[in-house]
Design a protein around this ligand. Structure first.
Ligand SMILES: Cc1cc2nc3c(=O)[nH]c(=O)nc-3n(C[C@H](O)[C@H](O)[C@H](O)COP(=O)(O)O)c2cc1C
Length: 191
């Protein structure tokens, strides 16, 4: 996988506004260079104590992607639409974001093995999603899968816990805007 990047610099605020969950993809491949840029963006995410609990499993083969999709279950969007998650297999590559609970656990105990490791992965996922948008690619953060079954089908070692899937591909559609609560609606108190 190439490490040299020639990605255009894109304003982060534009990426945050433009990012949408993408669940339909064209047949066009994601290049090694693009994939590396997305993974590298993940490495820049903050991490409690800089323990960097995150590790990635990359699934590129059609059989592997089918096997991952078979471990998914239905999710529900903010608009209440029930989804099957078979679409996951139609992405060109699936990034499985895992954490090694021993890393944060060694320093922070139970909270490190649970909350802190999961938050570490979410920061990684957000960086990767913004990088995906910046590259003109699409993805969705997916938590609707059976982690135990996924470990079995991908042969993920016992010490790793898969938390999120990022199926990445070239968007086949431009999804509609979703409604967002405004800042004023989210500020509960100013003290
Ligand atoms: C932690 C997390 C888990 C999610 N899991 C799923 C999922 O399993 N399947 C799915 O289709 N979308 C999933 N989503 C995507 C949300 O449905 C999506 O972000 C939301 O509907 C808002 O749409 P937008 O991403 O286009 O802004 C998840 C998002 C987050 C943050």
């Amino acid at each position: 996988m190439a490490s040299d990047q020639e990605c255009d610099e894109v304003d982060v605020f534009s990426c945050m506004r433009e990012r949408r969950s993408i669940r339909e993809f064209t047949d066009e491949a994601v290049s090694d260079k693009e994939l590396y840029a997305i993974l590298e963006a993940g490495t820049h995410a903050p991490s409690a104590g800089n323990m960097q609990a995150r590790e990635f499993v990359i699934v590129r083969s059609p059989e592997g992607r089918e096997a991952v999709a078979a471990t998914t279950d239905a999710g529900i969007t903010s608009r209440g639409t029930v989804l099957t998650q078979r679409w996951v297999s139609r992405a060109d590559v699936i990034i499985v974001i895992c954490y090694d609970r021993r890393r944060m656990g060694a320093r922070y105990g139970d909270k490190g093995r649970t909350d802190m490791s999961k938050l570490d992965c979410m920061g990684v996922a957000q960086n990767m999603m913004l990088a995906t948008t910046a590259l003109g690619l699409g993805t969705t953060c997916v938590i609707g899968f059976d982690a135990g079954r996924l470990k079995d089908v991908l042969g993920i070692p016992a010490e790793l816990t898969p938390l999120l899937l990022l199926p990445v591909g070239r968007p086949a559609v431009q999804p509609q805007q979703v409604s967002r609560l405004q800042v004023e609606e989210l500020i509960r108190a100013v003290r």
